[in-house]
Design a protein. Structure first.
Length: 71
């Protein structure tokens, strides 16, 4: 499923990232890589707030649409 479809309070593992170029490089530098666990702290029409490696991160829906996760 897409990360943008994840519900508040759920935990997922990143299985794929379909972003490319500078966007992909930025996501990698933030730790959003395949195999990493992310916790969804908040989800709204605008985007998500995630916890990854002990840090909080906000992503817009467009970027979250490029990432696939599993439960």
């Amino acid at each position: 499923m897409k990360l943008s479809d994840a519900r508040t309070g759920s935990a997922h593992t990143i299985t794929a990232c379909h972003a490319s170029g500078p966007a992909r490089a930025r996501l990698d530098s933030l730790g959003l890589v395949v195999g990493e666990r992310v916790d969804v702290l908040s989800s709204s029409w605008a985007g998500l707030i995630l916890e990854i490696k002990g840090s909080r991160l906000a992503l817009c829906k467009a970027v979250a649409d490029t990432m696939e996760v599993s439960a």
